[in-house]
Each structure stands twice: as structure tokens, then as C-alpha cells.
Design a protein around this ligand. Sequence first.
Ligand code: NAD
Length: 497
Amino acid sequence: MRNVGHFIGGKKIEGQSGRFGDFYNPSTGELQGKVALANVSELDQAVQNAKRAQKEWAHVNPQRRARIMFDFKALVEKNMDELALLLSSEHGKVIADSKGDIIRGLDVVEFACGIPQNQKGDHTLGAGPGVDVYSVRVPLGVVAAITPFNFPAMIPMWMFGVAIATGNAVILKPSERDPSVPIRLAELFIEAGAPAGLLNVINGDKEAVDAILQHPDIKAVSFVGSSDIAHYVYHEAAKYGKRAQCMGGAKNHGIIMPDANMDQAVKDIVGAAYGSAGERCMALPVVVPVGEGTAEKLLDKLMPAIEALKIGISTDPQADYGPVVTAAHKAKVTGMIDKAVEEGAKLLIDGRGFKLQGYENGFFMGPTLLDNVSTDMVTYKEEIFGPVLQIVRAKTFEEAIKLPSEHQYGNGVAIFTQSGRAAREFAAQVEVGMVGINVPIPVPVAYHSFGGWKRSAFGDINQYGMEGVRFYTKTKTITERWPESLTEDSAFIIPTF
Ligand code: NAD
């Protein structure tokens, strides 16, 4: 059994609240450990440490802040195998996906290494006679990062990478379902030379989240998780006067135009729908073949490709995907498939009864494919977050644009076509935040930014890239003049020249 506590003031500490959560090995189904659930006073202890560390850190020059990020990146790379194994053992995703999780987080750390350039201010020389104006971006102070189970390395790094590089201290509250990797990242951050208290990890549930939201010394909250909780966190953060960016759930559509390269599209769709057992907010759980005969052409290739998928334990290098995260989540996904059948969807491939030989207690699910899905079905409207692909047939291109545009979520969307004109029109019209053209999972690179629309994101500033720099800093603008004597130009008030 692994007991996971918190990481405060540069060291691991045990939980004091007397409350614990369970986390599992999804491949075996066994209870793997207990995670401490923080209370208000433990959160406050972390905030006091963070405040002390941030006071000094705010005055550390940007190139020195960047150097710690460089060293941290190198250390994570050096420990990649160990981290990926730990991540897979609690999440269930295959090792290649765990490495991807870590590498995509490191991309943002790499962006943060450029902070001397990216946090530079603006300067106007001579805004009036002898008057100069300059703007600088200063850190907020102590900020919080609340993260989901499905990317326990990438999403924490999206947040603390940029927040710390810009001069803040961070309270990270990861998911209680896979808590070990964030603690290990905090240890490596200290090893990289970061001052104690700059990155604190508080494990916990709603009690810890509410304590964060209500703490007067936490100035901003970055959240990623499901939409109802994202909305709650956004609302509460605003109530307590905090800046907030809260990313939520998704239901991303893949549009298949009649002229799509079907072999490539099928390969991409299968990877994007079932990879990581469908537990990605940028997965493609809905496919929309457009026009007469396209669905049949797609199914001819899609069905055998799905049937060829190999499900295995997370350390099986041959496996395409592993188990889902918990027994409760497996039951939820199974219930959604039952409901889809009840609602009239045609079950082409049923993954519900799947058992992996030798791992019968693991939380495995076979791939499921549902056809004739319509927009009035609850299972179309809601996020399923499992290895389930739904086919919604569209007669026309206009209908295909309408489907993702009118859905409550608007995280990502992809179109598969060989027509530049159709792709351009689609990208211009679709009401979704991140668009892929022949790219199934259009997660933007670290120097752009990540954010969906509608119920996929609450708040107006995206994650990472320059948007991240803006989120974690506030602008101070200085207007100055240096007259030779204090009486000279004494009528000067504002530069209206
Ligand atoms: P979740 O909403 O259950 O948990 C997210 C965080 O909120 C966790 O830290 C959790 O401890 C906390 N939390 C849970 N219940 C809470 C409550 N009642 N009050 C306050 N805090 C609470 O999400 P999850 O299941 O861990 O992650 C999967 C979800 O995250 C999916 O909906 C997925 O689409 C979404 N997601 C979105 C993005 C994105 O960028 N849009 C990225 C990854 C995941």
C-alpha cells in the first residue's frame, strides 16, 4: 500500500485531517493506496509557505527563474521511465501515453524557459514632452491549480510551469484518483534548485477545493475538470474576487467529408476515439460522415480497425489502450452504453462484457461503436469519457457544421477532407475553440494556447502560451517625467499632446 500525503514547504508531509481517499491499480483492480484529503488548516499551512517563498521569488531575475525551468525539464526527462510507470500504475493508460502526458507538459515548461523574453514589458519613449510610459507584467502572488485525473503530469505542468516562471507561487490540488505523479514532480522541482514553498501540493476533495476558493491570499484559480465543477469553481472564485480560468468537459466531433482519405481518417479516428480508453478531453467520441454512402465507406474500414484494437495492461507495449480509471467510472460508461441502446442507437460493436484474461478484476472495457445516434439522445448530449464512438450521420456539409456548433460543449473538432475550400469554410464557421484539419486531436502547441468554447471553458483567458503569461500576471503601467525643476511644466497632468 502506498500512502500519499501532501508536499508543503519543500517536503512531503503526512495528512493531518484523518480523512483519506482510495486509489487503485486499474489494471488489476486492486486498492493501491490511500491519499490524504486536506482540510482548511493544511491548505492554510501551504498558503503561508507559498506566500513566504513568493515574496523573494518575485524579485529573482527572469533568467534565473528560467534556468530553474531548464534544470527541471532536464530532471523530468532523466526520470521519464520511472514517472511514466508511476503514472500508468494509477491512471491505467499505456506507458507510451503516460510518456506523451509528461512530454506535452514539458513542452509548456520549455515555453516557460523563454520567460525573460515573454514577460518583457512595453515602453513608449516620449508619450508627451519628456514623458515616457512603460507597462510591466508583475506576478499575482499565490495562485492555485486544480487538476483532473486524466492528465496528472501534463495539466499540472501547463499551470505551474507558466505560473512559477512568471514569479508566482503555486498551490497544486491534483486529482485524488492518481495523486503520486504531482508529488514526484514537486520533489524534482526542489531537486532542480527551486526554493522550498514555491510549488506546494495539497491532496484533497471538495473540502480542499472550497478552502482554496475561500482563501483570501490565493489570487487566481486555474481549473481543469468536468463542466459542472468547472462552472462551480468559476462562480465561487468570482464571488471571492479571484481571477479564474476553468476548463470543462467535451464532446468533440470528427467530420468525414465524402472526399476524405478514408484510410488516413480511419487510422486517426480510431486512435483519437479509443486511445487512452477515451479518457481525453480532446478525444473524438463522435464521428459525422457527410453525404450519401460516406457512412458505409467509412464503416467498411472502421469496423475491422476497431476490432483489431488490442486492450492490455498499461505496461503491455503491444496494447493500444488500457483500463479506465476506476470501477465506478467503468460502471458509468457501461450505463451510458445501456442508455444509448435504450434510446435507439444501433450497437455495432459492444465493449461492455470485455474481460482481459488474467486480469479479470481490472477496469477494462472493449471498444464500443454506436450508429444511428441522433441529437436528441442524452448519450449524444452528454460526455461519456470512455472507449465509445458514436456515429451521427449528416446529409449535408451545413448540417455537419451545425452539429458541433450547436452542441453544449465546444472544446475541439476535426474535419477530414481533401478540399481546402471546404476546410477553410468549416474552420471559419464552426463554433468550437480548437479546430483540426486532417488533424484528429488539435491540441495546440505550447506557444499557442489551449481553450474550448461554451461549456468547455468558463473564463476568458486560455491555458499556457502568452495567454498563460497574461493569466498569471497583472499589468502595472508607469507614466514618468523628469523635469529639471519641480516647478517646470507644473500644469502637466495628462499627456494630451
Ligand atoms: P472532476 O471534475 O471530477 O475533477 C476535477 C477536479 O475537481 C479534481 O481535482 C477533483 O478533486 C475536483 N473536484 C471533484 N469534485 C468536486 C466538487 N464537488 N467540488 C469541488 N471540486 C471537486 O474531473 P475528472 O473526472 O478528474 O476529469 C475528467 C473531466 O475533465 C472530463 O470532463 C474531461 O473532459 C475534463 N477535462 C477537460 C480538459 C480541458 O482542458 N477542457 C482537459 C482534461 C480533462
